[in-house]
Design a protein around this ligand. Structure first.
Ligand code: PGA
Ligand code: MG
Length: 226
């Protein structure tokens, strides 16, 4: 069976450990004959620039599924989920000295520098904000709505592209890729991925970071999967 599209994370998956773009991963992605969707926890403008520069512009799932766009100049679909995240942030600010990241561009979630005790924050939130969760991608801490994730984003994107989520291969490295890997037809975790992601993946690359993605694409091509 051939998959019809690929959806891929940015940080830790097409980058090196230090967040610099892997040129090997970028070259492989831009050479593919199928559409490549970028799915990131980062903001839309960052993802658009990344997609343009990698050469896979521009079907984008940004802000962990909160923001979706299927063309560079299209109006994004923005989920109305920021309010409960703001309330949770205000509540936690009473205890922790929190530092927001990218707050000018971020529309659906709140992202914080990793300089506080995340587990303690989760316990403090307790059942006060049931619609909100705190996730740690190893790159940043996200206060996000449970209603959205890269899996719900992929569902919407597949619909926009006239495809099914099972038509997609998904590649990722971290907790915010879990639902996307579960939703896709074929799931790949790069070698640096969290163990729970490797556990549900159909293929785990030996190489790590962008080299892992380059290896995984070679694997898909060699098996005729894309
Ligand atoms: O925004 C993050 O925390 C990580 O970004 P990513 O989803 O591209 O890995
Ligand atoms: Mg990542």
């Amino acid at each position: 069976m051939k998959f019809k599209a690929l959806v891929i994370d940015i940080d830790g998956t097409i980058t090196h450990m230090d967040r610099k773009l892997s040129l090997e991963a970028a070259a492989k992605l831009r050479s593919l004959d199928i559409p490549v969707v970028i799915a990131t926890g980062n903001v839309l403008c960052y993802a658009k620039a990344a997609a343009k520069l990698v050469g896979v512009c521009c079907n984008i799932i940004a802000e962990n599924g909160g923001v979706i766009v299927d063309g560079f100049d299209k109006e994004p679909i923005i989920s109305d989920v920021i309010h409960e995240c703001e309330e949770a942030y205000e509540f936690l600010s009473g205890t922790f000295d929190l530092e927001k990241l990218d707050s000018v561009h971020r529309m659906t979630e709140i992202v914080l520098r990793n300089n506080f005790d995340v587990e303690e924050a989760r316990q403090l939130l307790g059942s006060r904000f049931p619609g909100v969760e705190i996730i740690d991608t190893h790159f940043a801490i996200h206060i996000k709505s449970r209603k959205i994730n890269k899996g719900t984003g992929l569902l919407k994107m597949a619909e926009l592209m006239g495809l099914k989520t099972s038509d997609f291969v998904a590649i990722g490295d971290s907790v915010n890729d879990l639902e996307m890997l579960e939703e896709a037809g074929f799931a790949i975790a790069v070698g640096n991925a969290d163990d729970f992601l490797k556990d549900i993946a159909d293929y785990v690359s030996t190489e790590t970071y962008g080299d892992g993605t380059a290896e995984a694409i070679d694997f898909l091509l060699s098996k005729g999967l894309i």
